[in-house]
Design a protein around this ligand. Structure first.
Ligand SMILES: Cc1cc2nc3c(=O)[nH]c(=O)nc-3n(C[C@H](O)[C@H](O)[C@H](O)COP(=O)(O)OP(=O)(O)OC[C@H]3O[C@@H](n4cnc5c(N)ncnc54)[C@H](O)[C@@H]3O)c2cc1C
Length: 358
């Protein structure tokens, strides 16, 4: 099918904008990325965990059989290109926090649910963790190395003179029938991957965002066995440096700012003290706002009135697994008019998006 798209402007270089620009590059489309370099964006604060099961009832994540293999392949390809390990396949050691969670897990196990099993040899963990109700295994799970991947892609964009490091000035954005103009750039399409800022974006603020704030402690725990993910009432994930772990998280829907809270620090410290038998030291405390949505599904597609302005957003708690797949789907939609997954396609909000801009 003939391609009519020559140039794209992408706003945001979180995990969504990173993959959208990666697929532009792969497709040979000219593009620039405008990003204001926010070190507190969720893509810079997240642990990078991909867990194939979710919730108290231990259910498989949405579209697990297509989204997870796609993500693994996409991260590996990007890692090879940038010469870094972008993703590690691992197991999640699931310490049941109470008898009810154990019962749920065993019920799913009896139904032969994918990904889950019981840990046969608990001995390696008994020296490091306190636990009372047994241990399950979730396999495979993944750790995406966001702290290496995002800066490496940013460096590549800079080298290619494709990065504009500034906040987008909406006053200077003009969308016409045939083109989008921003300062001295002209493109066929502009795509917003602006995370939580999307809820105040004049083009897309009417979409049903349900932002929530999350926090994490970064701890030093050199005696904790490396290489796995650990879960009890919180998650522990190894990050790049040996002996350093990410510990989180919480979900705050009613918040005044993006700052870390004393409440989380206190409760997470208490949880770690109860759970870990090995010594640990807190070395950082981070917080950020997740671009979550009321329907718990991403937003992808083009504005019904400003048809050359699009969006890839609403990744919620699962940007690491959802962003590669839906960035690719949006590119295929843009280049070859292939349909978007109905649950993410913003054409379902045509009515509210067609009202005058806010
Ligand atoms: C504590 C915490 C832990 C998490 N853990 C995980 C996890 O383990 N696994 C997982 O899959 N997900 C996790 N998440 C969720 C994940 O972080 C998000 O789903 C994902 O990062 C969203 O990526 P994004 O690129 O859509 O948005 P963002 O990361 O918000 O990126 C948006 C980018 O756009 C830029 N931007 C915004 N507005 C403008 C503008 N006007 N001009 C220029 N630039 C702009 C921002 O600076 C930013 O760089 C976690 C989130 C939090 C808060």
């Amino acid at each position: 099918m003939k391609r009519s798209i020559q140039k794209v402007i992408i706003v945001g270089q979180g995990i969504s904008g990173t993959f959208l620009s990666w697929f532009c590059y792969q497709a040979g489309i000219d593009f620039i990325v405008i990003d204001e370099a926010n070190t507190h964006a969720p893509s810079r604060v997240a642990a990078g965990i991909i867990n194939p099961v979710t919730g108290r009832r231990v259910v498989k994540v949405w579209l697990d059989d297509v989204i997870l293999p796609f993500a693994e392949t996409a991260y590996k390809a990007m890692g090879t290109f940038l010469n870094l390990p972008a993703i590690t396949r691992t197991v999640l050691i699931d310490f049941f926090p109470n008898p009810f969670m154990k019962e749920s897990f065993l019920k799913k196990l009896a139904q032969k649910e994918d990904y889950i099993s019981l840990l046969e040899n608990e001995a390696p963990y008994a020296a490091s963790f306190n636990y009372e109700f047994g241990i399950g295994l979730i396999d495979p799970a993944y750790i995406v190395h966001l702290q290496q991947l995002l800066p490496a892609w940013r460096t590549f964009l800079k080298q290619q003179r494709r990065l504009v490091e500034e906040p987008l000035d909406f006053e200077q954005l003009r969308a016409e029938a045939g083109a989008v103009h921003y300062k001295d750039h002209t493109a066929d399409r502009l795509l917003f991957c602006d995370g939580a800022a999307g809820s105040a974006n004049p083009y897309f603020s009417r979409l049903p965002f349900a932002l929530n704030k999350g926090e994490a402690l970064i701890i030093e725990a050199p005696e904790l066995p490396a290489g796995h993910l650990y879960k009890k009432s919180m998650l522990l994930a190894p990050i790049a440096e040996p002996g350093i772990f990410w510990a989180g998280t919480n979900y705050i829907w009613d918040f005044k700012d993006e700052a870390p809270t004393a409440d989380f620090r206190q409760s997470a410290t208490h949880t770690l003290e109860q759970w870990l038998k090995v010594p640990f030291k807190i070395i950082d405390h981070k917080a950020s706002v997740r671009p979550a949505t009321v329907e718990r599904r991403p937003f992808a597609g083009f504005h019904p009135v400003y048809t050359n302005i699009g969006i890839l957003n609403g990744m919620g708690t699962k940007g690491c697994s959802l962003a590669p797949y839906f960035a690719h789907q949006l590119m295929e939609h843009l280049l070859y008019q292939r349909p978007l997954q109905p649950e993410v396609d913003i054409s379902r909000f045509k009515g509210i998006l067609s009202r005058p801009l806010q």
